[in-house]
Design a protein around this ligand. Structure first.
Ligand code: DQA
Length: 146
């Protein structure tokens, strides 16, 4: 497996969730576009969404066993709370891009801190669903270089 796309809590409700903030694109749309983009570049890709912190930790552990080369993650609210997901990334040492649909720096104060950003290769925030496309484009380039 080359690339794993992970979405955290409440992102399964994209499309109807606060559309003025998150737009109307559904998670199914985002995942289908990511899969098509990766496969067109000859990469294998898998997607995962969970509302449960431990399941995301478990998925990251499995990713190392599977030989996943890059993770794209929108950790949702766990961005701002989860030492466990941070520690999982440190443990598996798989490079990752952090994506946020909204611009977290233009919102509430508590969204400005991420437990993951300093471990990420890069962070995309505020570009809507296009952030996933940008992240995948970057990952494709990185994996082609390798
Ligand atoms: C989010 C931003 C987070 O602050 C929020 O908790 C989310 C979504 C985004 O994609 O903009 O669930 O990660």
């Amino acid at each position: 497996m080359d690339v794993l796309v992970i979405n955290g809590p409440n992102l399964n409700t994209l499309g109807t969730r606060e559309p003025e903030i998150y737009g109307t694109t559904t998670l199914a749309d985002i995942e289908a576009a990511a899969v098509a983009q990766a496969e067109a570049a000859g990469l294998s890709v898998s997607t995962f969404q969970s509302n449960h912190e431990g399941e995301i930790v478990d998925r990251l552990h499995a990713a190392r066993t599977e030989g996943v080369r890059f993770v794209i993650i929108n950790p949702g609210a766990f961005t701002h709370t989860s030492v466990a997901i941070r520690d999982a990334f440190a443990a598996v040492a798989i490079p990752f891009v952090e994506v946020h649909i909204s611009n977290v720096h233009a919102r509430e104060e508590f969204r400005k801190h991420s437990y993951l950003s300093d471990l990420a290769v890069g962070v995309l925030t505020g570009f809507g669903a296009y952030g996933y496309t940008m992240a995948m484009d970057f990952v494709i380039g990185r994996l082609e270089e390798a």
